[in-house]
Design a protein around this ligand. Structure first.
Ligand SMILES: [Zn+2]
Length: 273
């Protein structure tokens, strides 16, 4: 049963008095695609949001135009999108983990995330789910490392959510996937947990989402599609879905070969986080 929820409910359910929502994602634009609506709603209610972007997304070269400075451009786009949401620059943190290679930097990642969590003491944390939505190994690694840290050090101190899709969104995404990530591995979402909560966006929110998407010019979000951006947003983003992580439980995850040639995961068997 999916429960319709308002942004205040995310905060009210926690004992933590900080009233801070911390979004932690692997690449610039993941925050828009995973919790844009939640950011918009939080800003409207004066709830503080801090966004952590762990890499500059230097592998996301979509054109020769950006060959030499994609990291600089995507960093700028991250700040632009944050500004569109009404966030202050000091609440937008971007780090330099190597795009596509988080899997090999897990110890460093753990240390960094642990420091950030101690610093911010967030009442709510939102991140990638263990399927990574797109099978991106950085998404999956971020999800695994965070669950490990929170289970160990922040039990009962924070509410931890995965951004997930509803069954309709999963179907829609599968149908559109070939056009989006040129993926040879259409996601089957077998390792994506079911949503517990739904956040509904209104037309005004979707307009802001559209602007934030367009801030990522270098990523040409949705531009490869024959569908227009409005339709896309309405199909996939008029509602956002969240899974409340049960920290005592095991969640399946699975690394698969991704489009980056140098990332070669030999062990593709399913494991649990
Ligand atoms: Zn990403």
């Amino acid at each position: 049963m999916i429960k319709r929820i308002e942004v205040q409910d995310f905060i009210n359910k926690t004992k933590n008095k900080q009233n801070l929502i911390l979004g932690i994602f692997a690449h610039p634009d993941d925050e828009v695609l995973n919790m844009g609506g939640l950011i918009i709603k939080a800003v409207q209610k004066n709830i503080k949001v801090v966004l952590i972007c762990l890499s500059r997304g230097e592998k996301g070269i979509t054109s020769d135009l950006y060959k030499n400075n994609i990291d600089v451009i995507r960093k700028k786009e991250f700040f632009q999108a944050g500004k569109i949401y009404g966030l202050e620059q000091k609440d937008l943190k971007i780090y330099n983990f190597p795009d596509g290679r988080f899997f090999y930097s897990q110890d460093k990642l753990e240390k960094k995330l642990l420091n950030l969590l101690f610093k911010y003491q967030p009442s709510v944390i939102v991140t990638h789910d263990p399927s990574g939505k797109t099978y991106h190994p950085d998404h999956i690694t971020t999800s695994i490392v965070l669950k490990k840290i929170i289970s160990r050090n922040f039990l009962g101190k924070t509410r931890f959510y995965y951004s997930v899709y509803s069954s309709l969104q999963r179907k829609t995404y599968k149908n559109l996937n070939k056009n989006i990530y040129q993926s040879n591995f259409p996601p089957d979402f077998k390792t994506m947990p079911k949503p517990d909560y739904c956040l509904k966006l209104n037309n005004k929110d979707i307009e802001i989402q559209k602007k934030a998407c367009l801030a990522y010019k270098s990523q040409r979000l949705f531009q490869n599609l024959s569908l227009d951006l409005d339709l896309w947003l309405n199909l996939l983003f008029d509602k956002e879905y969240y899974h409340l992580v049960k920290l005592q439980e095991k969640y399946l995850f699975k690394f698969r070969k991704y489009k980056y040639k140098e990332v070669n995961f030999k062990n593709e068997s399913q494991k649990k986080t």
